[in-house]
Design a protein around this ligand. Structure first.
Ligand code: BMA
Length: 324
């Protein structure tokens, strides 16, 4: 492994993604207004800058989404003085308990950014969609999947004639939860749903439930997806991440899936916080010039951190993962 001595401490899980020495990049005390925690950000590149859409939890316990921008994606963050997307329970009862965990997909055909996020209703989580052309004004399009569901990310282009989304419904709260795919002719009506990846059983790192992290990335090898896997322990849960590759034309077919996790909570800011032992990425940016993938994630439901890897190393790794 090539690693400069000047970087931060080496963590035993750093086979691919290396944590940035400035971690955590963003915390509640940097926010321009009083908040409890900032975490699980989606990411986009806009006008040559990195934009994060962070989940921000207020001191009551309800979350909204706020943008932060930086020229290099590491430092010099300019955080919006007020929330970008906030719950509006009067008009949208599904947002009563807040909005959480966004994922951003740029849809070239429509020349807009699509943001899928969890709308927390009194009866559980739903997947809602908002769109924007500039991250200044947002159009909320309401819940798009009808059942209790979360961890959804859209593909950036049609698969055949239809749009596709990866998501994680809760069909049985006492059974493991799996990753599904659904299709739509218009981004509004979704169907043809099927399970594409199951939580593994028992003590596996991804034995309890799994969900997609950021949006799928198109690569020559297939759709690259990062997913979080949850293991239930006697005292709590551990949120780790793994990789999978989906067939380019038939993304309901998993071609490769990592057997082991590729990153586990091990840094202090991932182990200690409001919910310890959690890494939860919702955004990544592939810089095609340098070949580097910047992964933005929440640490312990408390802060925002960055880890980087070379796309060529990620593809080398996933190519060697077991075929499915
Ligand atoms: C999940 C989501 C995430 C959170 C994680 C760990 O179910 O709610 O937002 O980071 O739990 O608490």
């Amino acid at each position: 492994m090539r690693r400069k001595k000047t970087l931060s401490k080496f963590y035993r899980d750093e086979i691919l993604f290396i944590r940035h020495k400035n971690n955590p990049l963003l915390t509640a005390d940097l926010w321009p207004y009083p908040v409890n925690t900032v975490f699980n950000p989606a990411a986009a590149e806009i006008n040559g800058e990195t934009l994060l859409l962070a989940r921000v939890e207020n001191k009551f316990g309800v979350s909204h989404l706020t943008t932060a921008k930086s020229r290099n994606g590491i430092s010099g963050w300019r955080i919006d003085k007020s929330p970008s997307i906030f719950p509006e329970p009067q008009e949208r009862p599904e947002e009563e308990l807040g909005i959480e965990d966004p994922r951003i997909t740029y849809i070239k055909e429509l020349n807009l950014w699509a943001i899928t996020y969890t709308a927390y209703s009194l009866d559980g989580p739903l997947v809602s969609l908002a769109t924007t052309k500039d991250f200044k004004t947002f159009k909320k399009r309401g819940p798009i999947l009808r059942q209790i569901d979360k961890d959804a990310a859209l593909f950036p282009k049609r698969i055949g004639k239809r749009w596709a989304i990866i998501h994680r419904p809760y069909l049985n709260p006492s059974a493991p939860a799996h990753i599904w795919i659904s299709f739509s002719p218009d981004l509004k009506h979704w169907g043809d749903s099927q399970i594409i990846m199951r939580a593994r059983k028992g003590n596996a790192w991804d034995g309890e439930k799994i969900g997609i992290c950021p949006e799928p990335l198109e690569t020559p090898e297939g759709w690259l997806i990062l997913y979080h896997g949850v293991r239930k322990t006697c005292s709590s849960h551990i949120y780790r991440i793994g990789l999978a590759l989906l067939d380019l034309e038939k993304p309901w077919k998993v071609v490769r899936r990592s057997k082991d996790w590729i990153m586990t909570p091990i840094a202090p800011y991932e182990m200690l916080g409001d919910v310890g032992n959690v890494i939860f990425p919702c955004g990544w940016i592939h810089d095609k010039k340098s070949g580097i993938v910047r992964l933005y994630y929440g640490g312990a439901d408390t802060c925002i951190a960055l880890a980087t890897a070379k796309m060529s190393d990620i593809l080398d790794y996933v190519r060697k993962c077991p075929s499915q």
